[in-house]
Design a protein around this ligand. Structure first.
Ligand code: ADP
Ligand code: ZN
Length: 598
């Protein structure tokens, strides 16, 4: 534990984790912690938060107490820490070896001790701490302390008195999600000075964002799965859809696909989750109940089969892709009906929350409808000033045509108005394009001034335009499936607001799109190197033997680097990113042996 105390953080980083450099703000955070200064680090998922307390814990005498809200999360962390040779333990109701853990803690043998806030705030825990040496309080998911945050946990409020009893021990609060309000609240609630706030950039450059119109969810997601062989998460809006879609995708692709939702029997839920975490190619179809507490770094895609609740939710859910830094994709499939339904549900929301919910939907509609860089829209939403184009989203890779459609929108809205705001899109389209079928004639809609005012060329825009207007709320659903005016419809009609739309793509030859997004996208073994496959084979065997998921042994990026550099000795293998001292000892010979055979 203390043998690393004299060396500098970069050396300790390499020895413990095998990483050659800190990422982003990690170094800044670690330096503050080593200087015993309390800190709140706001870092996006995948930025490497755990390292910022694990490394100081290894470098210093004593134990770091890690407060974490979920047992599953703690056990995940424990597994990864142990694999890197860090002396760690959890103290939870699920642990049978609590007595032994307490003994190890008191004897100063632990680098990390994970506990839940309920336990941490009990008097006997405080007493236990006073009999051992604590070098840091790390508070994971720190937004749980704030009522502003979305996961308020009252027990987090009891941490402050505990920590105040140990004024010489610095505090490190960590969270991925915190707006300005929540941040300020966390600082106060946990007694961290304002100058201790460190905020990392929110960008996840390895995630490729794409948002497409939904024609047939099963077909489109099956196509995505054909392009991406690695593990994926598909989010759907209801429990029933989860099971059905899982079945259909399994049938369509032949890949392992399991459902996950809060209504499944606990055992099935747990075993599906465990199977997913351990797998290298499984897809899980889930409601948003899935995610919190799952720390799988090699998720290669996150697909949304319908719209998420908000941009915040979208960012958190898509953030579960590509934590290991390898390329990953986030693809949303949306339909106008998603927005229509969400807007209908607004009437059920409590009065004081309705306006906020409406704004959330409007903002999401902008993201969905934009022809601009998706990443730029997302990052601006989180208060950053990103470059105009990222080069790694659908709109940057394949710039869509954008057209001003204000005049056509006026025609469409006025036709909806003049036909009495009761008909669906199909009827309105007929009126506008001059199709005099029985219903049109019966209602006398062929006599309206809007009858036949849209020509064939312009008619192409009607459908995407109607979608766009529904997304932004200028057209709202009626109870009986018709359309009525809403939002800024009147302003559009008066020429006070404009409407631009993303043009529907010209039909591309089949296959071309797939090829393009597959390449440099998410292939695990892009060059088809047989050595890489052999290394994965070995990793799979070792993982099975140790009863851990393959990524706990080594990440794909580490295996790829091995395949490229072909280190033929233990010393050379130790230079590969991700190979720390402990893993070199445990697995080095096995991997060198395989490499030598190629
Ligand atoms: P977070 O908790 O912020 O979501 P994690 O702590 O789980 O992120 O780290 C995400 C992944 O990034 C982990 O698999 C970890 O091994 C890897 N990682 C963290 N720091 C570095 C680094 N400096 N260099 C390379 N990989 C890193
Ligand atoms: Zn972009």
């Amino acid at each position: 534990m203390s043998d690393l105390a004299q060396i500098d953080p970069a050396e300790a980083l390499h020895a413990t984790f095998g990483f050659s450099a800190f990422r982003g703000v990690q170094e800044q955070v670690v330096e503050r912690v080593l200087a015993h200064r309390s800190t709140l680090a706001v870092m996006p998922t995948g930025a490497g938060k755990s390292l910022t307390y694990q490394l100081p814990a290894v470098m210093q005498e004593g134990t770091c107490i890690v407060i974490s809200p979920l047992i599953a999360l703690m056990h995940d962390q424990l597994r990864s820490a142990t694999a890197n040779g860090i002396a760690a333990a959890t103290l939870t109701s699920a642990d049978m070896d609590r007595e032994a853990t307490i003994d190890r803690f008191r004897a100063g043998e632990l680098d990390l001790l994970y506990v839940a806030p309920e336990r941490a705030s009990q008097p006997h825990f405080r007493e236990l701490l006073s009999k051992a040496r604590v070098n840091l309080f790390a508070i994971d998911e720190a937004h749980c302390v704030s009522e502003w945050g979305h996961d308020f946990r009252p027990d987090y409020r009891l941490l402050r008195p505990l920590m105040d009893a140990f004024p010489e021990v610095p505090r490190l609060a960590l969270t991925a999600t915190a707006d300005a309000h929540t941040r300020a609240d966390i600082l106060t609630q946990l007694g961290i000075p304002e100058e201790g706030l460190i905020v990392a950039g929110f960008d996840r450059p390895n995630i490729r964002y794409a948002i497409r119109h939904r024609e047939n969810a099963t077909k489109q997601i099956a196509q995505l799965m054909a392009e991406i062989p690695g593990p994926g998460i598909v989010y759907t809006s209801s429990r029933a859809k989860t099971e059905k879609l899982a079945e259909q995708l399994a049938a369509a692709t032949g890949r392992p696909v399991l459902p996950y939702h809060a209504g499944l029997p606990p055992q099935e839920r747990q075993s599906n989750q465990a199977a997913f975490v351990a797998s290298e190619d499984m897809v899980i179809v889930a409601t948003i109940a899935f995610g919190m507490g799952i720390d799988k770094p090699d998720v290669r895609f996150v697909a949304h089969a319908g719209i998420p609740k908000s941009i915040e939710a979208y960012y958190q859910e898509t953030g579960r892709a590509g934590r290991d830094g390898d390329p990953a994709q986030a693809v949303m499939f949306w339909a106008a009906g998603d927005f229509a339904q969400a807007r209908m549900r607004l009437s059920e929301v409590e009065d004081h929350r309705r306006e906020g919910e409406k704004v959330r939907l409007d903002t999401l509609a902008v993201l969905v409808e934009t022809g601009e860089c998706r990443r730029a829209v997302l990052l601006r939403h989180f208060g950053e000033v990103p470059p105009e184009r990222c080069g790694n989203c659908d709109n940057c890779l394949d710039a869509p045509g954008v057209a001003d459609a204000t005049t056509t929108a006026q025609k469409l809205l006025s036709a909806v108005f003049r036909t009495g705001q009761t008909y669906g899109f199909g009827h309105v389209e007929k009126v506008l394009t001059g199709v005099a079928d029985d219903r049109v004639l019966q209602r006398g809609h062929d006599q309206l001034s809007v009858f036949g005012i849209v020509d064939a060329e312009e008619a192409r825009l009607l459908k995407p335009l109607s979608r766009a207007l529904q997304a932004r709320g200028s057209l709202l659903p009626t109870e009986h499936g018709g359309l009525m005016l809403g939002g800024d419809a009147r302003a559009i009609l008066k020429g006070e607001a404009s409407v631009s739309i993303v043009l529907p793509p010209k039909k591309e030859p089949r296959g071309r799109r797939g090829d393009r997004s597959g390449r440099g996208g998410s292939g695990v073994n892009p060059i088809g190197d047989p050595l890489f496959d052999a290394l994965r084979e070995l990793r799979r065997a070792l993982a099975q033997e140790a009863g851990v998921p393959p990524y706990v042994i080594f990440h794909d990026s580490t295996l790829r680097e091995m395949a490229t550099l072909r280190p033929a000795s233990l010393a050379a293998l130790g230079e590969v990113g991700g190979v720390g001292t402990r893993k070199l000892e445990a697995y080095g010979d096995a991997f060198v042996n395989v490499i030598r055979q190629f």
